[in-house]
Design a protein around this ligand. Structure first.
Ligand code: GCO
Length: 264
C-alpha cells in the first residue's frame, strides 16, 4: 500500500489556542489531511464548542478541551484525559499565544512575564507532558508557532519578540533532545497575517498597514489558510528527517531589506 507522504489519516493532533485565527486555520488543514483534531481553548467553553462545531461542519473529526496552557497541573490532567478519550497524541501544535504592545521602558513587569508565560513557558509545559507518550511510542511531531519576531524586533513588541526568539531556540533544543526517539520538532514562523491579533494595526489607512504591504514582497497580509501547507508538511511523513527548522511563511518579508517608497 503506498503511503501518501502528506496523509494524516489515523493521527491525533492537539492544537493549543485553536479556537480562532491561525490555530483554527491550521487545525482545519490538519483535519482535512485526515487527522482527528483536538482543539484547546483556555477561557470560553462557548467559543470552544463553536470551533469544534465549525470543524465538524467541514467533515473533520474534532474534539474540544478547555484548559490553561500555563497551568502545569491542568495541562497534565488534560493530556491524560485527551489520551484516554480521543487517543495518543501524535502531533502537537503549540499555537496558543498572546501579545501586549508597549514601549519596553513603560511596560509593567507583570505584563512582560505574562507574554513570556503564554508564548514561551506554556509550549515547554505542554510539550513536556505530550512528549512522554511520544518517547514511549518512538514517534511524534511537535510544531512550535514562532513568528518573524523570532528573527526581527519591532518597536512596542519587545516581550513578544523575546518570547518568540526564545521559542525558536527552544524548538532547536527540543529537536536536539528528542530526535533520537523519532520525534521531529520544528517551528512555523508566520509573517504578518490578517487575524484578530493584528486587527488594531491593520485597519485601512493605518500607517502600519501601508508599511507592511510595502515591506512584504508579496504585497499583502497573509491569510490564515496560507499556513495550512506548512502545518500539514511538518505534521506528516514528508518531514520525517527535518528537525529544528523554522519554516517562515511570510510572503518574503524576511528575504529583503525592503525598497524605497517610490520604487515598484
Ligand atoms: C505586531 C504583530 C506581529 C505579528 C506576528 C508577526 O504587532 O508586530 O502583531 O507580532 O502578530 O507575530 O510574525
Amino acid at each position: 500500500m503506498s503511503i501518501h507522504l502528506f496523509d494524516l489519516t489515523g493521527k491525533v493532533a492537539l492544537i493549543t489556542g485553536g479556537t480562532h485565527g491561525l490555530g483554527m486555520a491550521m487545525a482545519t488543514g490538519i483535519g482535512n489531511a485526515g487527522a482527528k483534531v483536538v482543539i484547546n481553548g483556555n477561557s470560553s467553553q462557548e467559543k470552544l464548542d463553536e470551533a469544534v462545531q465549525e470543524c465538524k461542519s467541514k467533515g473533520i473529526n474534532a474534539f474540544g478541551y478547555l484548559f490553561d496552557v500555563t497551568d502545569e497541573v491542568a495541562v497534565k490532567e488534560s493530556i491524560l484525559k485527551i489520551e484516554e478519550e480521543v487517543g495518543a497524541i501524535d502531533i502537537l501544535v503549540n499555537n496558543a499565544g498572546i501579545i501586549k504592545r508597549s514601549p519596553l521602558v513603560e511596560m509593567e513587569v507583570a505584563d512582560f512575564k505574562a507574554v513570556i508565560d503564554v508564548d514561551l513557558v506554556a509550549p515547554f509545559i505542554v510539550s513536556k507532558h505530550v512528549v512522554k507518550g511520544m518517547i514511549t511510542r518512538k514517534s511524534g511531531k511537535i510544531i512550535n508557532i514562532c513568528s518573524m519576531m523570532s528573527e526581527l524586533g519591532r518597536n512596542s513588541v519587545g516581550a513578544y519578540a523575546a518570547a518568540k526568539g526564545g521559542l525558536k531556540m527552544l524548538t532547536k533544543n527540543m529537536a536536539t533532545e528528542w530526535a533520537k526517539f523519532n520525534i521531529q520538532t520544528n517551528g512555523i514562523g508566520p509573517g504578518y497575517f490578517a487575524t484578530s491579533q493584528t486587527e488594531p494595526i491593520r485597519v485601512d489607512g493605518h500607517p502600519f498597514n501601508d508599511f507592511i504591504i510595502g515591506r512584504t514582497p508579496a504585497g499583502q497580509w497573509g491569510n490564515p489558510d496560507d499556513l495550512q501547507g506548512a502545518a500539514i508538511f511538518l505534521s506528516s511523513k514528508a518531514s520525517d528527517f527535518i528537525n529544528g527548522h523554522i519554516v517562515y511563511v511570510d510572503g518574503g518579508i524576511l528575504a529583503t531589506i525592503g525598497k524605497p517608497a517610490n520604487e515598484e
